[in-house]
Design a protein around this ligand. Structure first.
Ligand code: 13P
Length: 248
């Protein structure tokens, strides 16, 4: 299985020329790598131009967010169909920096699948309590996001476990805790959708991933890849991370 690496560019870089340069450097690097699959989520203003010039199959383009509405009376928003028609193949749903409600997870996941794209659904807690109440909330996030999908549509969905408190730190979450939580997520999926689907859904980890910790994270059983944030547009660091991921 290839490791999935989702590069969330967040609100960077500042200009289209730099966006193209970063994309071209990543494109050059992945051409030689056999064991990684890259999904790049640039700011939406760059998505169409990056997608239109790329003819390969190693990199896919992803939107960082879509509107929860299909009504045109949504000034400043971006619809699922616009992303699909501009070369987007994936959509990030519910990243904590977007501020989605639980119900938005459900609607945005539905719209993404409706327009033939794959949702990458972000789940995770803002803090951990000793009684494990956060697990209940993770379960609710999963079940709400998938509520409108047919069982066969669930097979392609990707989850990213990204605890909010682990974003923007020096170090990621402890590997043991990542493993325990990802196992829990898989158990919830298996409970509802059965072994075959539950075992095959890709579950990623996000939160302070870099070239120093990527090997440890990808070595955790049941983790199928990562979502990177800050390092995604630091080309030297990101290419190093890709090379290590490819060897892991
Ligand atoms: P950092 O890797 O910068 O912590 O960001 C994580 C993130 O938000 C990815 O979606």
């Amino acid at each position: 299985m290839k490791h999935l690496i989702v590069a969330n560019w967040k609100m960077s870089p500042n200009d289209p020329k730099r966006a193209r340069d970063i994309f071209d450097i990543v494109k050059g690097a992945v051409a030689k790598l056999r064991s990684v699959q890259i999904i790049i989520a640039p700011p939406s203003i760059f998505l169409q131009s990056l997608a239109s010039k790329y003819k390969g199959n190693k990199i896919s383009l992803c939107a960082q967010n879509i509107s929860s509405s299909e009504d045109i009376a949504n000034t400043g928003s971006l619809s699922a169909v616009q992303v699909a028609n501009s070369g987007g193949r994936y959509v990030m749903i519910g990243h904590s920096e977007v501020g989605d409600t639980l119900d938005n997870l459900r609607v945005k996941t539905f719209l993404t699948v409706k327009h033939g794209m794959i949702p990458i659904i972000f789940i995770g807690e803002s803090e951990r309590d000793k009684l494990g109440k956060y697990l209940k909330n993770i379960k609710l996030q999963i079940n709400t996001a998938l509520k409108e999908l047919q069982t066969k549509e669930v097979e392609n969905v990707i989850f990213c476990y990204e605890p909010i408190w682990a974003i923007g730190q020096d170090d990621p979450m402890d590997s043991y805790d990542i493993h325990a939580t990802v196992l829990y997520i898989r158990k919830v999926l298996i409970e509802v959708y059965g072994d075959k689907i539950g075992q095959n859904i890709n579950i990623l980890y996000g939160g302070s991933v870099n070239s120093n910790n990527i090997k440890d994270i990808l070595s955790i059983d049941d983790v199928n890849g990562v979502v990177t944030g800050r390092v995604s547009t630091d080309t030297e660091e990101f290419v190093e991370l890709l090379k290590i991921a490819n060897r892991t």
